[in-house]
Ligand binder design. Structure first.
Ligand SMILES: Cc1ncc(COP(=O)(O)O)c(CN[C@@H](CCC(=O)O)C(=O)O)c1O
Length: 425
């Protein structure tokens, strides 16, 4: 209901239209959220542009949504599971809330080899976004948090929703109870921990969305040491780990001692194209203990069993097929396709004299437009080139003056975008 701006009417439209009010007060936490969530906002801008320019060929390099088909061996496994449900012997009802054992084992053996991560520490889910909220539910709302700045907005917004962020300072666009750890070219996109105040929780995404920076082993050793010294917990997001092309760790659990201070959240979305299929996992180590010595894994298991009835058995069959030699090989080729896109985007922006980051260990390119607001750049590129990007400010105050460009597009779109950008920027 929008308040009326027509002051001539005796009663405003709003007053006329309101029929009945409940006695339920709105959550103060939800009231604290600024604007809408970033990515639906990008979709709204896309739709508005298309409405105004019905004949424009809009190129969507905004939301990090995969575009390439899922390999047959994976979709066939899902189809087979689906068809089996129509047979008496193949039908399955509720599965284990923590995920099918064979999938948990495959994740442990394929992605956590040599890190002593056990299959019972892996909780299969319907995606990392959902697990971020489940981990938020697990941890008391009084706990303080630190975030990389810029970073994936899901951490800050879910912290606001559970009441952990405090009120928004409109001027600085920062929430009062969040510690923003600046990650910028000057510090090689890794926070200066010696100047970072202690917080209970440290959200850390590597490779980082949106900067594309993958923390080095030495940096992650510093992070684990910092958490240990402070009795803090790292909530580590490795959604893009499969894209790492250098020696950077793919999991926080490659770091000795990390199992005593970290939870790792990850996803099939970006490496398997499961953005619409919905499958992820969270690792809660048995060694991770509360101050009172109680194992956190038991509480997380309780949250999963109470608030989530397990990922789809059809989707889990697809997830298992991702780890077959043929499946993983095919997925690697698709990731290579996206990273070739990233290389084209990096070269395009560099050819125009722009400072460009990322595009080597992740499927996003982070471009600096000094002196301009990121929404200004977003609008300019949209209006002049009919290309959708994401304004850096959407990832935190540290993102101002940057835009993020997704490499997940079709090759022909990336090439056309390159041609247009060279003309208009
Ligand atoms: C770091 C990170 N973690 C988690 C997720 C979500 O993983 P799911 O397993 O698919 O739930 C994303 C998706 N980020 C994309 C999509 C944005 C969105 O959430 O709509 C992006 O940044 O464009 C992400 O970038």
């Amino acid at each position: 209901v929008q308040p009326s701006t027509n002051h001539s009417s005796s009663k405003s439209d709003r007053e006329q239209r309101i029929e009945y009010l409940t006695k339920i007060p709105r959550s103060v936490n939800l009231e604290s959220l600024q604007n809408g969530y970033l990515f639906p906002e990008i979709s709204t801008r896309e739709s508005e542009y298309s409405r105004r320019n019905p004949h424009a060929r809009l190129i969507k390099l905004g939301i990090g949504d995969t575009t390439q088909p899922i390999p047959d061996i994976i979709t066939s496994a899902m189809a087979e599971q689906a068809l089996a449900l129509s047979t008496a012997q193949g039908y399955k009802g509720y599965g284990p809330e923590q995920g099918n054992r064979e999938l948990r084992r495959a994740i442990a053996e394929t992605l956590y080899q040599g890190m002593e991560v056990k299959e019972n520490e892996i909780f299969v889910s319907d995606g990392a976004q959902c697990d971020i909220s489940r981990v938020q539910m697990l941890l008391d709302s009084s706990l303080s948090i630190a975030l990389q700045d810029p970073t994936f907005p899901g951490y800050a917004d879910s912290s606001v929703i559970v009441g952990r962020a405090g009120r928004l300072n409109a001027g600085s666009r920062k929430y009062k109870k969040i510690v923003y750890m600046k990650c910028e070219p000057e510090n090689n996109f890794f926070p200066n921990l010696s100047k970072t105040p202690r917080t209970d929780l440290i959200f850390f995404c590597s490779p980082n969305n949106p900067t594309g920076s993958a923390a080095s082993r030495q940096q992650l050793e510093q992070l684990v040491e910092f958490a240990k010294a402070n009795g803090s917990i790292i909530i580590y997001d490795s959604a893009y780990a499969a894209y790492i092309s250098d020696e950077s760790p793919r999991s926080i659990f490659e770091i000795p001692g990390a199992k005593e201070v970290a939870i790792e959240i990850s996803s099939f979305s970006k490496f398997a194209g499961f953005t619409g299929v919905r499958l992820g996992w969270t690792v809660v180590p048995e060694e991770l203990l509360y101050a009172n010595g109680y194992p956190m894994i038991r509480d997380y298991d309780r949250i999963v069993c109470t608030c989530f009835n397990g990922a789809s058995n059809i989707v889990q069959a697809g997830g298992l097929a991702c780890f077959s030699a043929e499946g993983f090989g095919a997925l690697k080729r698709t990731m290579g396709y996206y990273m070739e896109n990233a290389k084209i985007l990096v070269e395009t922006f560099e050819s125009m004299g722009k400072k460009v980051y990322g595009g080597k260990n992740g499927p996003y390119v982070w471009v600096h437009f000094p002196g301009l607001s990121s929404w200004q750049v977003f609008n300019q590129i949209l209006e002049r080139a009919a290309i959708v990007t994401v304004p850096g400010i959407g990832f935190g105050p540290g993102g101002e003056g940057y835009i993020r460009v997704s490499a997940f597009g079709h090759r022909e779109c990336i090439l056309e975008a390159s041609r247009r950008l060279t003309k208009v920027l």
